[in-house]
Design a protein around this ligand. Sequence first.
Ligand code: HEC
Ligand code: HEC
Length: 253
Amino acid sequence: MHLKRIGTMAATVLVLLLPLAVAEETGTGPIIRFEKTAHDFGKLPSDSKVAFSWSFRNIGDAPLKITGTRPQCGCTATVQDDTLIPPGGSGSLEITFDPAGLSGSIRKSLAVRTNERSERRTLLEIMATVIPVERKVEEGTHPPTAGQSLLIGSCAGCHAAPAAGRTGADLYAAVCAMCHGENATGGLAPSLRERDYLTSRDDVELHGYITYGSANPKMPGFSALMGGPLSEPQIDSLVELLRTWGPLSSGEK
Ligand code: HEC
Ligand code: HEC
């Protein structure tokens, strides 16, 4: 008798709750549908940042929201409008892609999560053929002095990276000539081939300047020890090069 009453109550509660629960679960809920899930940027010079806007629609029957994006593409993703997209409504997701440092055929992905019931993630794919470009200094945008920062960050692409795999004259031309001039005869930075200079310094001193830089922040330390690109053998090869070139005979340039 007692149990039966509880049973009846429980049944009543269920009957009251059921229609609510059913209303919640009928229909599709929000569903995201991208216009396309892959985008090919085609041929892309490595110094050009590009952007692409992915359009999508909510083909479900409840408001849609993008809850997260996980770029695995060295790109950044921004949801243009992070409010709820009503059923039938549309939105866009903008990504920017920076191909700096990449080359050749590139395929990367971006995972998008939403409030869809299935909790599935949509994978968006970007492709490009990156063509490395010779980078040129832009007039008036270039600092006159840098210290060690010359060899890191955005500066490294021109001032440090070209050292990779090179030694001797090849290495000098890649990272020293831009300041000391072709064959170290002077340019923005002093000549390294003045007789007085070369004869008054021994190999250990020359090695030390290239390793640690000079007191003047215009000449940073190029060794790996200082955060620069050069290994010991590479520095040795530069000292040897200066010795091989030797002092300029008077009048020679
Ligand atoms: C696109 C290639 C490139 C990039 C990137 C670059 N440089 Fe240079 N830099 C050069 C070249 C080439 C020279 C030789 C001078 C010239 O042609 O203007 C030079 C020269 C210099 C000099 C000597 C200037 C002088 O008047 O003595 C400094 C200092 C310098 N760069 C600092 C930097 C710093 C700091 C950065 C990063 C913020 C940087 N560079 C990024 C190419 C580059
Ligand atoms: C950003 C320009 C720049 C680059 C790149 C650069 N140097 Fe220098 N370097 C200088 C300047 C400026 C001085 C003069 C410093 C001073 O007046 O103390 C100098 C000085 C030197 C000295 C003499 C140091 C002293 O005090 O006697 C040596 C040796 C030298 N550089 C070698 C190199 C070598 C080798 C490379 C390539 C790995 C190189 N430099 C790259 C700007 C540069």
